[in-house]
Ligand binder design. Sequence first.
Ligand code: SAH
Length: 232
Amino acid sequence: MTLFPEMFPGSLGLSLSGKALEKGLWSYKCTNIRNFGKGVHKAVDDTPFGGGAGMVMRPDIIEDALLTIKKPGRKIYMSPRGKTLTQNLVEELANTKTLTILCGRYEGVDQRLLDAYDFEEISVGDYILSGGEPAAMILMDACIRLLDGVMGNETTPNEESFASGLLEYPHYTRPAKWKDANGTLHTIPEVLATGHHKNIDQWRLEQSESITRQRRPDLWKNYFGKRTKSYK
Ligand code: SAH
């Protein structure tokens, strides 16, 4: 549900998610809130009760738009006040057949609409966007890549950052010896060229643990309590 249907599929129409869209592995439908606006200008918003800056999207208009959606499934309002989108939540949403995502604009949406229809509020992080559409695309992108058949063998989702509770280890590819424009030679960690899979796994786990410990003490604390294997 958006005031800017032209924004979709946007980047989701390209690359892996775009191919998956063509194959019918996922699909979307935009409901243009503007079509339900009132008066010659098709207004969808009004000034806030109690005063203050900005405009608020009207509950009656969003309701009219919502009621045209036959099976809305799980109803989500993209909102900086919502719970933060995490990989766990993404996995849960990717296993849900249908989502209805409401994209706010202006100051946001009248609270009564959110309460009356039990919208779940989800945030993409502690910063303010000018609208819910880019946030919805982030949520959709993260879900789509988990759907069966979307990624092929490009990557194993449970080896990536967060899935294991750790950030990912660093990657290297050819050339094994690379001289940068300043003439400095860069090699790769030796173990990666040995073909010794057990040692490579060990090295990668070590790297993951060390990067997580340095960069994300919050993740590290959680992981450290539950870890089953480790290099030390
Ligand atoms: N006045 C609001 C911000 C409105 S921003 C406040 O201070 O909380 C306009 C719209 O952008 C919101 O209705 C919401 O749908 C979307 N939006 C902005 N930041 C977001 C974020 N971090 N996560 C998800 N949606 C966001």
